[in-house]
Write a protein that binds this ligand. Structure first.
Ligand code: PLP
Length: 396
């Protein structure tokens, strides 16, 4: 007999709000029916608002976020194209590998994990590229493996300072919908998101914001593509249809999750993530532990990667958290295996849920042999949440 719920604090998939779960519990419907566009067309408009993209268009593909990585590249680039990327965590690294395996000529800057996109090095490299051989520049906005948020506007500024015409690709899988993102303002040409993070849905839908410049580039791009072809999708989407069987239930879920995001207000959603994340960070500091993020300017409001003390294996913390306290934490990926555990704090979450995460992590850390004061992390976060709540009440 298992009482209560199993607690999910991995940085995606995230908790699905009850209203979204209920919204997906609908009979199957005809995806070629004349009124299908009544469901899908408003979704495109809603997703645009979240991406802050009035120009260009958005696509919804039935895939996880990795499919959108591939769609973005294969639709706009050609074999042998030179691209500027940086590896500073598991996900930015995997994007680099995908780019190489698709036949792009990748210039990858290696950055210590815990730091963000290297703005100065990007600017230098772009300024040196006078012949504009580099066709695209990549940023992982929120590196989920390390809990690092990078400065996308800074990359746009680097491109502009160099007068460089390369396309700007952004992985916003664990940022869009939770952390401020501005596709138009930041001149992002291809922005990639996945349904299972800030959109609070099951995995299975990827979302891509595509600028007019990227749509133009797609006309001459020759990387091989078929399933993910923008042109096929655009043609069918014009009437609200899809080139193949779309995941209708996810569309109903997306309709509900967009409604929740807009009801709360995007600015309030971002402020809530910032407030919750700060409580988690204060808890971690009270334990005397450090984050993987090497500087506050990189702190992520959606995930914190916590370095365990010497002599403690983070895998053990995760195992004990799950087996004894039915709490899932994210594992350390790649070289961070055993060194960090990650607390996901994005999506449908509130203060007390974050306190539960800290309470459970505290017990698991103690059980795994960490020397810290029981209750210290929870107390520090409580103090912050109370202070923030009082502040909000005063502001209201
Ligand atoms: N990019 C980032 C930043 C991610 O966090 C993830 C998954 O966690 C991905 C890409 C890959 O997305 P998916 O697992 O949905 O394919």
């Amino acid at each position: 007999m298992r009482n209560g719920i199993t607690h999910l604090y991995i940085p995606g998939p995230t908790n699905i709000p009850e209203a979204v779960r209920q919204a997906m519990n609908v009979p199957m419907q005809d995806m070629r029916a004349a009124d299908f566009g009544e469901l899908t067309k408003p979704l495109f408009e809603g997703v645009r608002k979240v991406f802050k993209a009035e120009a260009g268009r958005v696509f919804l593909f039935p895939s996880s976020g990795s499919g959108a990585w591939e769609a973005a590249m294969t639709n706009t680039l050609s074999p042998g194209d030179r691209v500027l990327m940086a590896s500073y965590g598991q996900f930015s690294q995997l994007w680099v590998q995908m780019a190489a395996s698709l036949g792009l000529q990748v210039e990858c800057l290696e950055v210590p994990w815990g730091e963000g996109v290297p703005l100065e090095a990007y600017e230098q490299r772009l300024k040196a590229d006078r012949s504009h051989a580099i066709k695209a520049v990549f940023v992982t906005h929120n590196e989920t493996a390390t809990g690092v948020t990078s400065d996308v506007a800074g990359v746009r500024a680097a491109l502009d300072a160099a007068g460089h015409p390369a396309l700007l690709f952004v992985d916003g899988v664990s940022s869009i919908g939770s952390i401020d993102f501005r596709q138009d303002d930041w001149g992002v040409d291809l922005a990639v998101a996945g349904s299972q993070k800030g959109f609070m849905l099951p995995a299975g839908l990827s979302l891509i914001g595509v600028s007019d410049k990227a749509l133009e580039a797609s006309k001459g791009a020759t990387l091989r593509r078929c399933y993910f072809d923008f042109a096929d999708m655009a043609k069918m989407n014009a009437e609200g249809f899809f080139p193949y069987t779309p995941p209708t239930q996810l569309f109903h879920g997306l309709k509900a999750s967009l409604a929740l995001l807009f009801e709360e207000g995007l600015d309030q959603v971002f402020a809530r993530h910032a407030r919750l994340a700060e409580g988690v960070r204060r808890g971690v500091a009270a334990w005397g532990l450090e984050l993987c993020a090497a500087h506050p300017r990189w702190y992520s409001d959606t995930v914190s990667a916590v370095r365990v003390p010497a002599g403690v294996d983070a895998r053990e913390v995760i195992r004990l958290g799950y087996q004894r306290y039915r709490t899932s934490f994210g594992s350390g990926l790649g070289p961070l295996a055993g060194k960090v555990f990650r607390i996901g704090h994005l999506g449908d979450l509130n203060e007390v849920m974050c306190l539960a995460a800290l309470a459970s992590a505290e017990m698991a850390l103690l059980d795994a042999g960490a020397d810290l004061e029981a209750g210290s992390g929870v107390a520090a976060a409580q103090a912050w949440y109370r202070e923030a709540a009082a502040q909000q009440v005063r502001l209201a």
